[in-house]
Write a protein that binds this ligand. Structure first.
Ligand code: FES
Length: 234
């Protein structure tokens, strides 16, 4: 009996509201797990469960706090008095382009996303980003045509769409950033010479014999070889 009481004491329960309905769930769960605990089944609005796919965009408020907050349901832990709503998908503007035919010019963003010129620098996009990216800064960099800056500032974007949903001038920052990263990867980033050389070596068949031997090696030997492998010096 005493053990049971101790156990009950350990499991703290919080009260949350999912789409307006009240549920009591264990503290420490993510919003996603709390929803499943409450009986919801994810058919949409859930992908990797690891904070990478951007599929679980969520808005929430906590009682007593006027702020509307944004998060990823698979990452954010529930709080007592939390009101939460899921936003599985919202359509957004995305022009079609052929990367092979584009050039990394300073006007490329304004040509495909002219609405970026309407940015009022309100920073709402930055506040909405669950990855804490400087979204407004990279939109400003896009206006200046600085492909590298946009690509670097947006590198951790997971395309959840919350920035576009909050933008009062209807810019779709995450698609602007995607264009930047594509252009940067294809035209701006210096080529890794050693990788090109290694690819040539692979194509010439230099490693064919070694690969054949590895394929015939048992799993245990492979593990052993892996443990003993030479690690590249830093
Ligand atoms: S499920 Fe992929 S980011 Fe949350």
């Amino acid at each position: 009996m005493e053990i049971k009481q101790k156990k009950e004491k350990k499991e703290e329960i919080v009260r949350i509201y999912i789409m307006g309905r009240e549920y009591k769930v264990p503290a420490g769960l993510t919003i996603m797990k709390a929803m499943e605990y409450a009986g919801y089944r994810f058919i949409r609005g859930c992908g990797c469960r690891g904070g990478f796919c951007g599929g679980c965009a969520t808005v929430y408020r906590v009682k007593g706090d006027y702020k509307l907050r944004m998060a990823l349901a698979c990452q954010k832990t529930v709080e007592d008095g939390m009101y939460t709503s899921q936003i599985p998908f919202t359509p957004a503007e995305k022009p079609i382009y052929n990367l092979e035919e584009l050039s990394p010019s300073v006007n490329v963003f304004l040509e495909y996303y002219p609405e970026i010129a309407k940015c009022v620098s309100c920073n709402t996009c930055t506040k909405a980003c669950p990855q804490d990216l400087e979204v407004m800064d990279y939109v400003q960099a896009a206006i200046r045509g600085d492909i590298q800056e946009v690509a670097e500032l947006s590198f951790d974007c997971i395309m959840c769409g919350l920035c576009a949903m909050r933008c009062p001038t209807e810019i779709v920052p995450y698609n602007v950033a995607l264009l930047a990263r594509r252009l940067y990867g294809k035209y701006v980033m210096p080529k890794a010479k050693h990788v090109e050389e290694r690819i040539k070596e692979i194509e010439s068949g230099k490693f064919d014999e070694e690969i054949r031997r590895l394929k015939e090696t048992s799993m245990n030997n492979l593990k052993e070889m892996y443990e003993k492998r030479e690690i590249e010096p830093e």
